[in-house]
Design a protein. Structure first.
Length: 350
């Protein structure tokens, strides 16, 4: 006997039940036929998604892309477009290319007809420097050059040399004129955009992929990444956070993210001393690497914001970082100090 509906009466006669059963079967059969015809003639789209993964070198690192799509050709075209866009921006913002606009600015102290990308990044840099009371400062390049020059001798620069380099560190001495010209008002100043440029470039790649209609993807460059939508099984993307003192990637903390960016800065990424007390992140006010944190991970609405805040909070330390990140909309932070104690904002794991 077919299962009864909540309103069925147990006293119905076999004849009436048979009539209802045959009628119901005919209705179901007709519905299935219409549905099948809809798929066949393309009236109802048949979505069979797949996951595309690829990696390419860019910006001195590996850029990893994962896309969930039901239009494979369109996805590959979108990915190619994103890499072209990111590559063009990397050429403009790289301090490793002596012919790039930023390298010309560092050499000459002035750059006329600056590309829009450079103007954008300098504007963002100024805002971040002001927000963090100078904990973020792109003019630390003279200090980085100083530490790099002493790395080969396994010694630290003398205080006199650090003091000399510090005289060239001041983000307020970068002047943007008429939205076309960038000028340094201190002779000998140089900037590094490593704390923002990568995030800015990844955001541009994200924009290119979205413009092509992609809705579910992961785009990451050297640990700075954006996720949109969901994985193929409909769940959030799982993002691992590395232990800064372990190479065991199977024991990482992880969080689920959708439509958010995350970036991590750490003392283990580039360092000048074996104990990692001297590394590539320099406090622009003291001239030394910050001593409290080993890594900082920031969740934010954009990769450029997460990238810059990760660098700044490494300098600021846990307490000030928790206060600042907690005041910013849609931002969360996770910090590991050099004793491997962890600190995080309330919503980081939710």
């Amino acid at each position: 006997m077919p299962p009864q509906s909540p309103t069925s009466s147990p006293e119905q006669s076999p004849t009436k039940q048979s009539v209802l059963s045959r009628r119901r079967l005919l209705q179901l059969g007709a519905g299935a036929a219409l549905l099948g015809a809809g798929f066949y003639f393309g009236i109802i789209p048949w979505r069979q998604t797949r996951t595309i993964k690829l990696s390419r070198p860019l910006m001195g690192t590996i850029v990893n892309v994962i896309v969930v799509t039901d239009h494979e050709d369109n996805a590959h075209t979108a990915i190619d477009t994103a890499f072209v866009k990111m590559g063009a921006l990397a050429d403009e913002l790289s301090t490793y290319d002596e012919n790039s606009p930023i390298s010309m600015l560092n050499r000459e102290g002035i750059l006329r007809n600056a590309p829009q990308s450079l103007l954008d990044v300098f504007t963002r840099s100024r805002r971040l420097s002001e927000l963090t009371d100078g904990a973020f400062d792109p003019t630390v390049m003279p200090l980085l050059h100083l530490y790099q020059s002493y790395r080969e001798t396994a010694t630290l620069p003398p205080q006199s040399m650090i003091d000399k380099a510090l005289k060239l560190v001041d983000y307020r001495k970068i002047v943007v004129e008429n939205q076309t010209t960038i000028r340094y008002t201190l002779p000998g100043m140089q900037v590094t955009l490593d704390g923002l440029a990568k995030g800015y470039i990844v955001d541009a790649g994200v924009g290119a992929m979205e413009a092509a209609g992609l809705t579910d993807f992961y785009l990451e460059a050297g640990g700075d990444l954006m996720v949109r939508g969901h994985r193929q099984d409909g769940t959030d993307w799982r993002i691992g956070i590395r232990n800064p003192r372990s190479d065991n990637l199977t024991q990482m903390k992880s969080i689920g993210l959708s439509d958010k960016a995350i970036a991590t800065s750490g003392d283990y990424l580039r360092y000048f001393s074996d104990d990692k007390t001297v590394h590539h992140i320099i406090d622009p006010r003291s001239g030394f690497s910050p001593i409290e944190l080993a890594s900082s991970s920031i969740v934010a609405p954009s990769v450029v914001q997460a990238d810059g805040m990760a660098t700044a909070t490494m300098v600021m330390g846990a307490a000030k970082s928790l206060e600042l990140i907690g005041s910013l909309p849609d931002c969360e932070g996770y910090f590991i100090d050099k004793s491997m104690n962890t600190h995080h904002t309330e919503g980081f794991f939710t």
